[in-house]
Design a binder for this molecule. Structure first.
Ligand SMILES: Nc1ncnc2c1ncn2[C@@H]1O[C@H](COP(=O)(O)OP(=O)(O)OP(=O)(O)O)[C@@H](O)[C@H]1O
Ligand SMILES: [Mg+2]
Length: 217
């Protein structure tokens, strides 16, 4: 298939990139974003490029389509190769069950007042799940350490109760994050943990230009 003729919008992107600008393309699904990245790559075959995506299928498809000077992979596979192997070895371990996590942290079922005047009951399982979920949200955030923004609670709780609950849970989330990093903990981790560890290490990506497909907001 021959090269596409850029649309007016794609032309604007190519021109701005030509001037060395860092830019973000925001457009509807199927509007031609990935194709625009390929147009950028095709105009830079004399340089070393790097294409990164969060989705493996997108990275594989780019590998087939993009010129050879552009190395295509997922963010996760780039991070995987650069973090300490003790961490990625934990990917093969079973994850701790939420109820076991809660019990190890000394958390039993909790009852909290709801906005409707009734009580919201949280089981030990749910508390463990909230902690693990918060660690995941932190990993996918731009923050350097877990904070209350990463903790999601039932919208049945009034604002004050929700704030108090989050303040109560936060130390447990921090402990969980520390355990994810620890060489002593044998519990399994999710891939977002090593991606976050890599991000916090302020890695340098060796390339003349970077193409990032499907960036989070
Ligand atoms: N300038 C163009 N001329 C003709 N066809 C184009 C042009 N740009 C993109 N297309 C076609 O439009 C379709 C969608 O393009 P593309 O996959 O780049 O969109 P996208 O915005 O990355 O989509 P998604 O949101 O699904 O990732 C493809 O079939 C592509 O070949
Ligand atoms: Mg795309």
């Amino acid at each position: 298939m021959g090269a596409l003729n850029p649309t007016d919008e794609q032309q604007v992107v190519l021109q701005r990139a030509e001037r060395g600008a860092t830019l973000k393309i925001k457009a509807y699904a199927g509007a031609g974003k990935t194709s625009t990245l390929k147009m950028l790559a095709d105009r830079r075959t004399h340089l070393r490029g790097r294409f990164l995506a969060f989705n493996k299928a997108i990275a594989e498809s780019a590998k087939a389509k993009f010129p050879k000077n552009v190395q295509c992979s997922t963010w996760h596979s780039l991070a995987y190769r650069q973090v300490d192997p003790y961490l990625t070895q934990k990917l093969n371990q079973p994850k701790e069950r939420p109820q076991d996590l809660a019990s190890r942290y000394g958390l039993g079922p909790m009852r909290l007042p709801s906005i409707m005047g009734k009580t919201v009951e949280l089981s030990a399982y749910q508390l463990g799940a909230i902690i693990a979920d918060s660690t995941g949200r932190f990993c996918r955030s731009a923050q350097k350490e877990p904070d209350t923004r990463h903790i999601q609670v039932s919208d049945m709780l009034d604002d004050r109760t929700a704030d108090e609950f989050k303040a109560f849970i936060l130390p447990h989330v921090k402990r969980h994050w520390e355990e994810c990093l620890s060489r002593d903990s044998r519990a399994g981790i999710s891939p977002d943990v090593y991606l976050k560890v890599w991000e916090l290490s302020q890695p340098i990506i060796h390339a003349d230009f970077l193409l990032c497909d499907e960036m989070p907001e």
